[in-house]
Write a protein that binds this ligand. Sequence first.
Ligand code: NAD
Length: 494
Amino acid sequence: MTNELWHERAAALKIDGRAFIDGQRKWALSDKQFDNISPIDGRNLGAVARCETADVDLAVASARAAFDDARWAGQAPAARKRVLIRFADLVLKHGAELALLETLDMGKPIKYSQSVDVNSTANCLRWYGEAIDKIYDEIAPTASDSLALITREPVGVVAAIVPWNYPMIMAAWKIAPALAAGNSVILKPSEKSPLTALRLAEIAIEAGIPAGVFNVVPGFGHEAGAALALHMDVDCIGFTGSTKIGKQILQMAGQSNLKRAWTELGGKSANIVCADCPDLDEAVEAAIGSIYFNQGESCNAPSRLFVEASIKDKFLEKALAMMPSFQPADPLDENTVMGAIVDATQLKSVMGYIDAGNAEGAKLLSGGKQVKLDTGGYYVEPTLFDGVSSDMKIAREEIFGPVLSVISFTDIDEAIRLANDTPFGLQAAIWTADLSRAIKTARALRAGTVHVNQYDGDDITVPFGGYKQSGNGRDKSLHAFDKYTELKTTWIRI
Ligand code: NAD
């Protein structure tokens, strides 16, 4: 599609910000709304329902009724599979509209909204749809006069609370396995990016998911989000977001009905490049491409780059040559690779970290400034600090913006110690031609995913989640079913 056409479509777009409860669009019972501001140019996209406890009660009641009468859970796995595959097909059919909503809502480049966000969402729905009729229950090896069946059952009513950085994909990682397993779901998208979640609920109905099975309650975290986390009739909560709020979710789950609570939280991932790295160009491209992708607003962004001292100058020379290609530009232009920061608050936070880096004595080699496009909106230059030490704020805290901190090391034990010196443990990488060093380092790194000589390994078939304060669960892969199912043992005398 041409850039003009994307702009025309964006100008003509009419958003529907009403909640989706029991198969119907609804404003909040209080009639409260909030404005949805696009980060790409600051325009008001329209009003969105500000759901609170009463709306959450309604959504939970509708999800509970749908679960209790088994209109979805009671269908054969092969039937749920057909619906989820249709859901995936319809996401692709409505792909251009969903991509436009995603870009206007959170600022990412339209080319990635289409190629990454829409495609990954459809792929996730299809994969869990395909999987669900291939999972068998078990029989335990018990005494010959009895039979013990171990079966999986849906947990019941699942709440999913997701962040704004990959609004559709984060939603799909939760709703696809939860729905495939037969649960009813209430999704609370981020107040910063609620639009695609609301469209997904309509598309789900079009695909054949019965009313009440998939509900969406837009609103603020401390209102709609907390109401879900505290609700006595929600059986399970899947949360993706910051470590700070993740801790609160676990507390709320504990102080209410002890609902199963799964958290996928922040990161400060370490990327270790040794002097014997097999292909320095590839290592530079991966380091730079991965930190600036999605404006650095990725939980697994490799924001701490550890480079062996003897190759640091060469590495940085190549890295700096790549920086101009990541200059932010109009997200609706199909050539743009770096879009807008999600909102004014996040922009201020990122600029605050850049100021802290400068104040603490890190060496700013590139970027560091806000970019003002003619259209307005919130943009930051891709930023690279050298001479960072592990105790600086930019090396310790998750910035969630396009800021890379370079730290040099002289031996691998030092690199491992520094890489693990963080409260987070989401991802890490090691680049070396020495197989034994690669494996020993991968074992020593305290992270849910470790890459060797790459940073882009990603597939729905593998678990995604963190050690330490990066969370307590895993999204993706067949392991995600563990989150949304109960194991039941049935003893039978024979
Ligand atoms: P956030 O924690 O501020 O918000 C996440 C969600 O929680 C939003 O929907 C928000 O409305 C809701 N929320 C906020 N306060 C709440 C409360 N008191 N009770 C219930 N819900 C509440 O995070 P964010 O800024 O939206 O997202 C960025 C964070 O998400 C980063 O830390 C990033 O690393 C993390 N993240 C992690 C993963 C992963 O898989 N580990 C993936 C993407 C993003």
